[in-house]
Design a protein around this ligand. Structure first.
Ligand SMILES: C[S@@+](CC[C@H](N)C(=O)[O-])C[C@H]1O[C@@H](n2cnc3c(N)ncnc32)[C@H](O)[C@@H]1O
Length: 279
């Protein structure tokens, strides 16, 4: 293991342009490699050397994250994130719910305060887990939202989806979340990024205002009777107007079976599915 760490360190040290702004992805992936190898360094001097290289990479990343946040303050976040989204283009086609370097990038840019401990969830409510960032970007690319759209994330957790919607599009992102600590963190993040088009409502998704969304998103936030109640509320809303409903994870199969929704005949559970209500 120490030989592997030495080889990685030598390669990183010889690559002086690795600190440049275009090399963010490589730095994030190099940090992951160091994280995997450092616990088994077995040598104090080698470990110290690895810490020094690690700090160099983290400092370069912090500068890049700060530059992207500054672009978001200027209302140019979609362009600052755009090049990284394009770099992720092929990955967006990838199946699976694993996290990758793009999640590290989004986590570095979005200034989430560590939320207070979450309360235990009631039966049928699913614990917090964010949608992998490449899927959020894939969703936003496929939705092509305009300034007239309101994307409502039912069970929004820390708010990645509404926040990225507000950063990357003209649309409004609204999160509905039952856990107060997550809502407080999401609101603080929107405020720190000066996003006027990201909002978070504290409450049960069954009591959400279904009249305001043009797109609803569900990353399997609940199951059973809660899911049934929310889908029935959306179906009643669909009698009045057309809108889109998007999903990720196991709940996609539930949505695909709803006769008032039209989408792919056999949507994949590990890529975001987009449905439209029948006119
Ligand atoms: C799988 S996470 C999805 C988080 C977020 N949508 C995302 O993709 O990043 C599910 C979230 O739904 C929330 N949740 C569960 N039941 C809920 C309910 N009845 N009303 C509102 N939020 C709920 C949980 O607290 C959790 O944050």
């Amino acid at each position: 293991m120490s030989d592997a760490l030495r080889t990685v360190l030598a390669a990183l040290e010889s690559d002086r342009v690795l600190d440049g702004p275009q090399r963010l992805r490589e730095r994030i992936e190099a940090l992951d490699r160091l994280d995997a190898l450092m616990p088994r360094a077995g040598d104090d001097a080698l470990l110290q050397h690895a810490h020094t290289v690690r700090q160099r990479l983290e400092a370069a990343n912090a500068l890049e994250f700060e530059a992207i946040r500054a672009a978001i303050w200027r209302g140019e976040g979609r362009y600052a994130l755009g090049c990284w989204r394009q770099a992720a283009g092929d990955d967006a086609q990838c199946r699976g719910d694993a996290y990758d370097w793009l999640d590290e990038l989004v986590g570095g840019v979005l200034p989430f305060a560590e939320p207070d401990e979450a309360s235990p969830l009631a039966p049928e409510m699913v614990f917090y887990q964010p949608t992998p960032a490449r899927h959020v970007f894939d969703l936003l690319d496929r939705l092509a939202l305009t300034g007239d759209d309101v994307l409502v994330d039912l069970g929004s957790g820390l708010g990645h989806v509404p926040l990225l919607t507000a950063i990357c599009t003209e649309a409004c992102g609204l999160g509905v979340e039952i856990e107060p600590a997550y809502v407080a963190s999401a609101r603080a993040c929107a405020q720190a990024l000066r996003l006027a088009n990201a909002h978070f409502a504290l409450g049960d998704a069954r009591e959400a205002n279904f009249a305001i969304g043009s797109v609803f998103y569900l990353y399997t936030p609940f199951t059973g009777t809660i899911m049934r109640g929310v889908l029935d509320a959306l179906r009643r809303e669909a009698v009045r107007r057309v809108f889109r409903v998007c999903s990720f994870g196991p709940c996609t199969a539930v949505l695909a079976a709803e006769p008032w929704l039209v989408g792919d005949a056999a949507p994949a559970a590990d890529r975001i599915a987009i449905f439209r209500t029948r006119a």
